[in-house]
Write a protein that binds this ligand. Structure first.
Ligand code: APR
Ligand code: PHB
Length: 389
């Protein structure tokens, strides 16, 4: 079997890359370990940067997002009981889109089906070969049978636990990691969102976030110790913890109800350099993880896909290797800026077990720097809405 670009992983990175390349006339094969149902059952963040919405439209997958997604102009901060509004649209002229990652993935699958994209599910033991040669290969096993695919390039879009990153020799990789000493307990409930829609809260008891998926679906989070388990958290305990952290005006509009999903996610920042090794490229979670604070995970993956498809389209049109050789440097520049943003928002808004009174005052000072200064808010909003590609 032969293709131009082999793509490992059918998460948002792999599917979007395949879609963009197919539309440019470049052949792909996507190899996914799980079933389609499994991929579509994962619940992830739901805030799309402006640039992400534009790229989805360019890929022919913007229609349902524009119909059902909710554009957002403002973000709210709750700080020690007080509510602040940041006018992201007024400051940047751009909007955020609230549209769940699961919906994005559903739309990408539908678009790939419509143009006859090749996605192979249940691919086990995927292995990458000869990635530093001109003729890389990918092998896998499906239904007990071994398959072999030769290609020009391999895109490793297989998430944090995938096989692509470890294919780069350990002595050629540099990994940077920060693990935060808490997690986010998140619940999804069929309740209307709070009237402010999106509120990031720093309180004496820790961080909380009110978010939404649509007019009757809310997503809320509270910071919890890493030792907590989901079983420790009844719905009643969750709503009490959230309510207690919210400023009065937000609390007044909070509607509670049974959870339909509940999980705890640890927070970590991670980057692996470089993002290219010979003819292998890493995209999305395969190369980097951000804490959920600021919702950069999916958006960062989309940025990588943008640079990679641009490099590959240029290569197949002109033979140039410039974009390919520059991919890692170009992608990492944007990655580190988003890393900084997520890290700063995380550090500023959470309670840390080792906090000294000095550290707490520093957090307060960071927050008032942001909330008292239009210039600081503009800089913050520019990154929140997405740095340019
Ligand atoms: N072989 C084949 N497929 C694999 C393998 C493997 N060895 N390992 C992992 N995969 C698949 C996973 O099953 C998954 O469907 O790769 C896919 C990776 O998808 P994601 O983890 O969603 O990663 P990505 O596509 O980069 O998505 C961007 O950023 O912060 C996050 O929430 C955000 O998930 C989103 C991500
Ligand atoms: C979400 O809606 O799940 C969400 C929103 C904003 C974040 C993180 C998660 O910063």
């Amino acid at each position: 079997m032969r293709t131009q670009v082999a793509i490992i992983g059918a998460g948002p990175s792999g599917l979007l890359l395949s879609q963009l390349l197919n539309r440019a006339g470049i052949a792909t094969v996507v190899l996914e370990r799980q079933s389609r149902d499994h991929v579509l059952s994962r619940i992830r963040a739901g805030v799309l940067e402006w640039g992400t919405t534009e790229l989805l439209r360019a890929a022919g997958v913007g229609e349902r997002m524009d119909r059902e997604g909710k554009p957002h102009d403002h973000i709210h901060f709750g700080v020690n009981g007080q509510l602040f509004r940041v006018d992201c649209h007024g400051l940047t002229g751009r909007r955020l889109m609230v549209y769940g990652q699961t919906e994005v993935t559903t739309d990408l699958y539908a678009a790939q089906d419509a143009i006859g994209g090749t996605i192979i599910h249940g691919a086990e033991d995927v292995a990458l070969h000869d990635v530093t040669s001109d003729r890389p290969r990918v092998t896998w096993v499906k239904d007990g049978e071994r398959h072999d695919l030769s290609c020009d390039f391999i895109a490793g879009c297989d998430g944090f636990h995938g096989v692509s990153r470890p294919t780069i020799p350990a002595e050629r990789r540099r990994e940077f990691e920060k693990v935060y000493p808490f997690g986010w307990l998140g619940i999804l409930s069929r309740t209307p969102p709070v009237p402010q829609h999106m509120v990031y809260v720093a309180s004496e008891s820790g961080f909380a976030l009110c978010s939404m998926r649509n007019a009757m679906l809310s997503r809320h989070y509270v910071q919890v110790p890493l030792t907590d388990r989901v079983e420790d958290w009844s719905d009643a305990r969750f709503w009490d913890a959230l309510t207690e952290r919210l400023p009065e005006e937000v609390r007044a509009g909070l509607v509670t109800g049974p959870s339909i999903e509940k999980s705890i996610a640890p927070l970590r920042s991670f980057v692996s350099e470089p993002m290219r090794w010979g003819r292998l490229f890493l995209c999305g979670d395969a190369a980097h993880i951000v804490p959920p604070t600021g919702a950069k995970g999916l958006n960062l993956a989309v940025g990588d896909v943008f640079y990679l498809q641009e490099a590959l389209v240029e290569h197949y049109a002109t033979g140039s290797m410039a974009g390919i050789e520059g991919y890692s440097t170009r992608a990492l520049d944007r990655v580190w800026k988003a890393m900084r943003f997520s890290w700063q928002l995380t550090m500023m808004m959470h309670r840390f077990p080792q906090d000294t009174p000095y550290d707490r005052r520093m957090q307060d000072a960071e927050l008032s720097m942001l909330l008292d200064s239009a210039a600081a808010q503009k800089a913050w909003a520019e990154t929140y809405l997405g740095l340019p590609y």
